[in-house]
Design a protein around this ligand. Structure first.
Ligand code: PEP
Ligand code: MG
Length: 841
């Protein structure tokens, strides 16, 4: 039996459908479902037993929460806030317990009838996400205390749906290092909006509508947490699956913010006497800058406290939100990929139903649009700041940013254009993403904030704009005079105020070196890399899309050392056809204009689940059906992929690479399929088939594998995971799983020696290839091709040119005899090799 609750009439009058209210906000149920009463009596009474939640100071709106949790708003007349309390006598106070029929407000019907828009009093259930209005009285007279509406708790509906098979629940692990923060929550909300089922994310005791990015963010879910997804409705099972896929495939695979990990700022306490000349903060974006202080003191925005009426204020708020949405969309179109990701999250917040509803509700209670918007935003800011999670607290900046932009739009003022001098070092209490995007980045030499955090969106933007930045430098930042000469060291997290001539000179010479280095590095980015003693090292890039292939060619990559094909068709519910795949591989090959492309066959399973390829449940997926094992388990899929790769022209530009190989038998089986496909397609020569060395088994038997593989490419991400027995997706272990561990280096050495025995090329395509500290060691261990991030290609090539093979051998010999990865890193720092990227010019 589904439980029902009753609300009773708070007035004597005529009950009418809400749709007949001459005010769109109520008529269109923007605030919730209910009944409109045209009063014949002048006393508003409690509609249930419960407690008074709020009484507007003008007396025209009261809300009550019933003992069962139903929240009811009663708005006496329309546009009555303008009466400023005239004609209303408040008889109850917020927090007061009430019984059905207790008097709440006495009102003067004559004043309202003459001076307000209407006497019609909407009685609304405002927590419609928890209670559903199942029946209501309409088209007849009611007296105080008559039944007015019956309600069904959503939980009871869900139970009824469940009995009818309409509810689904599923647990899913959030492995994205930063948890469900702004961008993931926005991605999830977008997916939820496309579903008809009512979906929620549950974490511990708390539950949030999946459509509300702010509510999801406020759950405080961190990387490594497991959440429960629930859905009620006809397509509940599919809805839960869709959301789980979004978390597993899109959110967990999102790159973590590029800003560095937080450090604890060693800000001096008030009692210590510290000269103003050096302020210590936290490094947020690397690089060095010399420039003049430009203080950004943001003036307070004037918010109108006077509301003109529910309709006007609602319309004003909607217009302001729409205007800000337009501005953000325009900036997103013109921005870089990183800027777009942040701005898209802002757009999702602006559409957050909970935020917008909270503001609309406040307007209905009599607040002006500005007061309502500020209140709604600040409530969520307080929740985020109170979660005790630094990253989520930093996301509060995004809400403050939107608060400010909408208030500015409401005030009719445009954000003041700030003309910056050249080499400006911006000083601010805090800086919001839109403020930074709105400034002329070409004139900004650096940023130093009194507050803020190293993983905030403003820090990420500064990094992508190549602007050195220091955050959390304390309140003394704002004591620095406008125009003061400053040195900002983004690497050390320091701001030097009015430096001495010798300090300026030293900084200038560091800057000049960095500029010169960057120029040299970029000028030679398209030339082949050879060590100083003439050993050729190929520098390739890893690619996961056609756009990345273009970027790789532009940065000087000599080819693609790893095409992660599973990422080309991530959002698919059905396997891509041979033709679709062939088109995609052809586009990548063309983007790389004749350069070699190593296409890895589908690496599904483990940390890369694919929606269109459900695998049987496993206790330990990292050790289960994944990589080449999946291809041999579904040879039909592998064969289709091999044919698609072999169809790309010109023949031979694309080579085949098998992931997660552990035994020769796997290579032989896959090779047979490739040979079969080549014969069917009439290829002129036998396809090149190489293997990834990602398992310790493959590393230690590399000599056996290399006898039959055309090339070897070491996947250091997985090799570290399996060698160190540390799950690469476990946030707790993220600080320890370092591929420079001597155990991993020794396995790389084995693999290189095994390849060399048969004259095979041995590459590294894991993340270690883009780690400048590792490059000389890898070369010393016998690796001759490095395939890393496209952006790292110029620096890797430049570094290679400064090395000699004997120096690399020597370093590698010493590295494999260290006792830990930290010791290896310390060793690389102690060399005089140029292993750090240059300071930002
Ligand atoms: C690796 O494991 O190092 C690798 C390159 O493959 P992926 O990161 O795609 O598993
Ligand atoms: Mg791998």
């Amino acid at each position: 039996m589904t439980q029902t609750l009753t609300l009773f009439s708070p007035l004597d009058g005529w009950a009418a459908p809400l749709a007949e209210t001459p005010d769109a906000v109520f008529a269109e149920r923007m605030l919730g479902d209910g009944v409109a009463i045209d009063p014949t009596g002048a006393l508003l009474c409690a509609p249930c037993d419960g407690v008074v939640l709020s009484v507007h100071h003008t007396g025209h709106a009261v809300s009550v929460r019933s003992v069962s949790g139903v929240e009811v708003l009663m708005h006496i007349g329309l546009e009555t806030v303008g009466l400023s309390g005239e004609g209303f006598e408040v008889l109850a106070a917020a927090g007061q317990p009430v019984r059905v029929g207790d008097a709440l407000v006495r009102f003067d019907m004559d004043i309202i009838a003459r001076r307000a828009k209407s006497l019609i009093t909407p009685v609304i259930v405002t927590n419609g996400d928890a209670f559903f209005v199942s029946t209501h009285v309409e088209g007849r007279a009611v007296r105080v205390g008559d039944p007015l509406m019956t309600l069904t708790p959503m939980s009871a509906m869900a139970a009824a749906e469940a009995a009818a098979g309409g509810e689904a629940r599923r647990q899913v692990a959030v492995t994205h290092g930063h948890g469900l923060h702004a961008r993931p929550a926005a991605v999830l909300a977008n997916a939820a909006k496309g579903l008809t089922a009512v979906t929620h994310v549950e974490f511990g005791e708390r539950r949030a509508s999946a459509r509300s990015p702010v509510a999801v963010m406020s759950l405080g879910v961190r990387g490594g947490d497991v959440v429960t997804l629930s859905a009620v409705g006809e397509d509940a099972v599919a809805a839960v699956e869709v959301l789980a896929r979004v978390i597993e495939d899109q959110i967990n695979a999102m790159p973590a913010a590029v800003a560095p990990e937080p450090e604890v700022p060693s800000q001096p306490t008030g009692a210590q006497v510290v000269p103003l000349t050096t302020l210590k903060g936290v490094r947020a974006a690397p690089g060095l800058a010399i420039g003049a202080a430009v203080r950004l003191d943001e003036p307070e925005i004037e918010v109108s406290l006077v509301a003109s009426g529910v309709t006007e204020e609602t319309e004003a708020l909607e217009a302001a939100i729409a205007a800000v949405r337009g501005q953000i969309a325009e900036r997103a179109r013109a921005g870089s990929a990183d800027q777009r990701a942040i701005l898209d999250a802002h757009l999702a917040f602006l559409e957050d139903p909970e935020l917008v509803e909270a503001a609309r509700e406040a307007i209905c209670r009599g607040d002006s649009a500005g007061v309502a918007w500020r209140g709604a935003m600040q409530a969520h800011v307080a929740v985020l700041e109170g979660l005790g999670d630094q990253r989520l607290a930093e996301r509060a900046d995004d809400l403050k940013d939107l608060e400010r932009q909408v208030l500015l739009a409401l005030s009719g003022e445009a954000a003041a254009e700030r003309a910056l001098p050249d080499n400006a070092i911006l000083l601010a209490e805090d800086l919001l993403p839109s403020q930074l995007i709105g400034l002329d980045a070409a004139r900004i030499a650096g940023i130093c904030l009194a507050r803020g955090g190293p993983t905030s969106h403003v820090a990420i933007l500064a990094s992508t704009l190549n602007i050195p930045a220091v955050v959390a430098a304390g309140p003394r930042v704002m004591a620095v005079q406008d125009g003061a000469l400053l040195i900002l060291d983004g690497d050390a997290g320091l701001l030097q105020v009015a430096p001495r001539p010798a300090e300026i000179e030293a900084a200038q010479s560091r800057l000049a070196q960095a500029r010169a280095r960057k120029r040299t590095v970029q000028a030679a980015a398209h030339e082949a890399a050879r060590t100083a003693d003439g050993v050729r090292i190929e520098v390739f890039a890893n690619v996961a899309s056609v756009a990345e292939a273009r970027a790789a060619a532009a940065t000087g990559a000599e080819g693609c050392g790893l095409l992660r094909t599973e990422f080309l068709f991530l959002d698919r519910q059905a396997a891509p056809s041979e033709d679709e795949q062939a088109r995609e591989y052809q586009a990548v090959a063309e983007a790389l204009a004749g350069r070699p492309v190593i296409v890895r066959t589908l690496d599904a399973g483990g940390d890369k689940p694919l929606a269109y390829l459900p695998l049987p449940p496993e206790d330990n997926p990292a050790l289960g059906l994944r990589g080449v094992r999946v291809g041999l388990w579904r040879p039909d899929l592998l064969k289709t992929q091999l044919r698609a790769i072999l169809r790309t022209a010109p023949e031979g530009q694309c080579r085949i690479m098998l992931p997660m190989v552990a035994s020769l038998s796997e290579l032989r089986a896959a090779r047979a399929l490739a040979d079969g496909a080549a014969a069917e397609l009439g290829c002129a020569s036998r396809p090149q088939v190489g293997i990834m060395v990602e398992t310790p088994a493959a590393a230690v038997t590399a000599d056996l594998l290399a006898a039959e593989a055309d090339f070897l490419s070491i996947g250091t991400n997985d090799l570290s995971q399996y060698a160190l027995a540390m799950d690469r997706t476990n946030a707790e272990l993220a600080g320890q799983i370092d591929a420079l561990h001597p155990a991993v280096l020794r396995l790389i050495g084995h693999a290189a020696a095994g390849g060399a025995k048969h004259g095979r090329m041995v590459a590294v395509c894991g993340a270690l290839a883009s780690d400048l500290a590792a490059v000389p060691i890898l070369i010393g261990l016998g690796v001759t091709e490095l395939s890393g991030a496209a952006s790292a290609v110029p620096e890797i090539k430049a570094l290679v040119r400064g090395l000699t093979l004997p120096a690399c051998h020597d370093l590698a010999d010493r590295a494999i005899n260290q006792v830990s990865a930290e010791a290896v890193r310390a060793l690389t720092l102690a060399t005089d090799l140029p292993l750090q990227s240059g300071a930002q010019p």
